[in-house]
Design a protein around this ligand. Sequence first.
Ligand code: NI
Length: 226
Amino acid sequence: MMVEIPGVLTPDEVKQFRSLLEAADWRDGRHTAGHVAARVKANEQLAQDDPLAIKLSSFILERLGLVSRFVAAALPLKVLPPRFNRYTGAGSYGDHIDNAIFSVPGAPVRIRGDLSATLFINDVDDYDGGELIIQGEFARHQVKLPAGHMILYPASTLHQVTPVTRGARLAAFFWIQSLVREDNRRAMLLELDDTIQGLAADTPDHPSVVRLTGLYHNLLRDWAVT
Ligand code: NI
């Protein structure tokens, strides 16, 4: 399941992020890739202990807790602190699948990546190329979203970032361990949630709203692993 989450950051916030990130201490991104992925990776990243990365990362983490669409779609149990990357000068990241398990710097915590997230920090007309291409079961999806918007997709999928041939592409990226590990179950819960919201908006007093809401929680109770 791929879900677009609009407006995670406001236009003013992305503007601030951009000006801070333009002056940041960018490093070669290959250092953080595994052996296989490093062969196809050509971008720059901020070190995880970079004070600016820590500051912006905490801001995004706090914000995510308030974005109801993110909470409904991801059903997050643990969220890895967002990292930051930049693609310029034909930089790209060829086909790869993300690691399964991540460590949290400075904490004895490990996170299983169920979902991958990319939060776009600059506007689509700031750069050419830089599409995130996600190989779905039946189709390839091309994703390039406005600044402040985010895409969530299953971490198990093959994906790539196409070469950035003009300008710079800035993004935050991170992984989420979900309460519900199976993508299809998460997709059904989101569909049920959306259906209940629609029904409750049209006929708030209909007794089915209460029954369906109960069903939602009982399914989540059955499927959630904490
Ligand atoms: Ni990746």
